[in-house]
Design a protein around this ligand. Structure first.
Ligand code: NAP
Length: 288
């Protein structure tokens, strides 16, 4: 049982952690920290947190601290936490990139504390804010821990137990490998969705285009409704991996364009069929 859970950044992900922890009876009290007083008032009214504060010092007496701000803000939050950092508490985060978070935490605190466990729940939505928080967000979803060699085993065990109690399936990965894998499965798809809507949305005839948009457009672009501030941070934090994939993607597009220019039906059919089969195989793996 956690005595005092502190969630820093009471938005979709942090609010969902708070809701899930409360619903499962994992903690006695939940303290929220957020820079926006209206957001804290809403979180309190909704019963997501017991009390809120604009100051990170509210984490002082917490025994479990979840940092759930955009990845670009983690360094600042760790710096503000430094004077109150407790050796007996456990600190974790939920950021979508891991090397940047580890570097930011190390830079802010001078060293990477053994009781900070970098983590990433592979669960979310294109909605943001505490109003979208949901106690079941993590049920059956994966959470990846990316401990550093300096990270304490006991802290990892406590964070694993926490996410497991929220219904998640926890595994561990090297932070660099995490950023490489997520660049392919999450960051590139978001960049492609944002780019397509950016292209079509610029055209004068956009009103007509969107009027005739079919289900495929809606499915493909759903994630382009995600929060630009959060995605700015993710893109900058994982720029190297995303750029590598964008180059590979550009080569694929050139291949496709070449097939079209040649009106090469055989190569085009092979391209489409190979992609379809790969999609089928990936779905089977996702279900496992
Ligand atoms: P969100 O709904 O926008 O929530 C972020 C919260 O952090 C907001 O309440 C924001 O306040 C607050 N905040 C921002 N900077 C702050 C600071 N310096 N100090 C205190 N609070 C601050 O975003 P989210 O979707 O929950 O994302 C939070 C984290 O989860 C990000 O690191 C993201 O990479 C990660 N994540 C997101 C998803 C997803 O699908 N959304 C999935 C997995 C992981 P304001 O309202 O004032 O901006």
């Amino acid at each position: 049982m956690i005595d005092r859970l502190c969630v820093i950044g009471v938005g979709l992900i942090g609010g969902s952690v708070a809701r899930a922890a409360r619903e499962r009876g994992l903690c006695r009290e939940i303290v929220g920290v957020d820079r926006d007083a209206r957001n804290l008032a809403e979180a309190t009214t909704l019963g997501v947190i017991d009390r809120g504060s604009a100051a990170v010092s509210a984490a002082e007496d917490a025994d479990f601290v979840v940092i759930a701000v955009p990845v670009g803000a983690v360094g600042r939050v760790c710096g503000e936490l430094a004077p109150f950092w407790s050796d007996t508490a456990v600190y974790t985060d939920v950021g979508s990139t891991k090397l940047s978070v580890i570097d930011a935490c190390r830079a802010a605190l001078g060293t990477l504390p053994p009781n900070f466990v970098p983590a990433h729940p592979i669960a979310g939505a294109e909605r943001s804010g505490v109003g979208a928080a949901n106690a079941e967000l993590y049920a059956g979803k994966r959470v990846i821990l990316t401990p550093d060699p300096a990270t304490s085993t006991l802290a990892c065990e406590r964070v694993t137990a926490f996410w497991t109690a929220l219904g998640a399936r926890v595994s561990a990965m090297d932070p660099a490998h995490h950023d490489e894998v997520l660049a392919a499965t999450s960051h590139l798809p978001h960049v492609l969705a944002f780019t397509l809507v950016h292209l079509l949305g610029r055209k004068d005839e956009q009103a007509e285009i969107f009027q005739y948009a079919a289900g495929g457009f809606r499915d493909f672009t759903r994630i382009a409704a995600s929060d630009p501030e959060m995605w700015l941070d993710i893109c900058l934090a994982n720029a190297t991996q995303i750029l590598t994939l964008l180059q590979a993607f550009g080569a694929e597009l050139n291949d496709f364009a070449d097939c079209l220019e040649q009106r090469d039906a055989t190569r085009l059919f092979e391209f489409l069929s190979t992609a379809r089969e790969a999609r089928q195989r990936s779905l089977e793996r996702m279900d496992n």
